[in-house]
Write a new protein. Structure first.
Length: 159
């Protein structure tokens, strides 16, 4: 007998906001207008008025204030570059939301030398951190707490 039979498999991390089996197909989010059809969420140009209504997972997360990712930007460098950094953040969101309609920014809070960005899902938070680090260099730390579908992204630059 070769090979072990007791291999460890990583459990699927369930997202309580994404319950595709409960949505009618097609259906439209009454808040943002995203359409659920063929098992995926997409943007369509014109939505027939007779589509069943629902609230998509992104709008529900925003309503519940339950983020899927957080980006914490800090350091003295921010003071002179906030506008450029916020533009990068918004451009990353605009690019991602086209292909992944549920990936959205929930909030951007600016303080003295800190910016906190909350996103609906972890992919957008990670991409924002990577884009800022690519543009301005600095210290980028990305962590996924065990057992959670969540990411914490930290970026720091003092000079």
């Amino acid at each position: 007998m070769s090979g072990r039979k007791d291999k460890l498999f990583k459990d699927y991390l369930h997202d309580p906001y994404f319950i595709k089996e409960k949505y009618s197909e097609p259906s439209v989010c009454e808040r943002c207008g995203v359409v659920f059809a063929d098992g995926i969420f997409t943007w369509v140009k014109s939505i027939p008025k007779d589509f069943p209504k629902m609230i998509c997972p992104a709008c529900k997360r925003i309503e519940d204030r339950f983020e899927g990712g957080i980006v914490l930007l800090s350091g003295k460098f921010l003071n002179g570059h906030k506008e450029e950094i916020i533009n990068i953040v918004k451009n990353v969101e605009a690019y991602k939301i086209e292909k992944r309609p549920l990936e959205r920014i929930m909030s951007i809070v600016e303080n003295d030398s800190k910016i906190e960005i909350k996103t609906t899902y972890e992919h957008l938070a990670r991409r924002i951190g990577e884009a800022i680090n690519s543009a301005f260099k600095g210290e980028l730390k990305i962590s996924y707490p065990d057992g959670e579908k969540y990411v914490r992204v930290g970026w720091f630059r003092d000079e």
